[in-house]
Design a protein around this ligand. Structure first.
Ligand SMILES: [Zn+2]
Length: 204
């Protein structure tokens, strides 16, 4: 009798261990399923937010090779919202990732909005809906463009410009520029009108 009990006890113990093990595996499997589902949901959500322009994408791809998109006209920004801030931050990062770059217009990263960032070494200028209100003199210098790598052409620009613009919060301000800043402002504002520097190049 005793031996029989012992066998029953051992069998029951084994069955218990097996069932605990099966339960543990099922739980683990479910945890993994839940984790995977959450991971996928997060990524889908992130992609959606990126498409909607609500989260930073970091350095953006610059359109090159005289793509016809570069000749399209950009539109005025109407909403000074989170989307605009995200775009400006991505544009600044994209500009700073390129050596010797002084300016970038939104059209160059595929966004037809009147947004420019310029950095001629005096801090970044965030320029929304710019318009030139005054021009003086002229300068002729070699000019390049992030959308036309390795191409440099002489372009005639005003020596001085005064530009009215808005910052990312919709606050109006004025920029006055001479030399390189005047050149950069004219070059980038041209981009917003679908004009590239080659359209204004002077033949040597
Ligand atoms: Zn350019």
């Amino acid at each position: 009798m005793k031996k029989k009990y012992k066998i029953v006890f051992i069998v029951l113990s084994i069955l218990l261990i097996i069932s605990v093990f099966i339960c543990y595996r099922i739980c683990k499997y479910n945890e993994k399923e839940v984790r995977n589902k959450q991971r996928k949901e997060f990524l889908v959500n992130l992609e959606k937010k990126k498409r909607e322009g609500l989260v930073r994408m970091g350095e953006r791809i610059i359109i090159t090779n005289d793509d016809e998109f570069l000749h399209k006209k950009s539109k005025a920004v109407e909403n000074f919202d989170e989307k605009l801030s995200v775009l400006i931050d991505d544009m600044i990062e994209t500009l700073h990732k390129k050596e010797d770059a002084v300016g970038l217009a939104a059209v160059q990263i595929g966004i037809l909005k009147n947004v420019i960032v310029i950095d001629v070494g005096q801090g970044v200028l965030e320029i929304v809906n710019p318009s030139i209100v005054e021009k003086k003199g002229e300068q002729i210098e070699y000019e390049g463009c992030l959308s036309y790598p390795e191409i440099y052409k002489k372009v005639k620009r005003p020596a001085y410009v005064k530009v009215k613009a808005y910052d990312r919060n919709g606050k109006e301000y004025t920029i006055e520029g001479e030399g390189l800043l005047a050149r950069a402002l004219c070059h980038e504002i041209d981009h917003l009108n679908g004009i590239v520097f080659l359209d204004r190049a002077i033949s040597d």
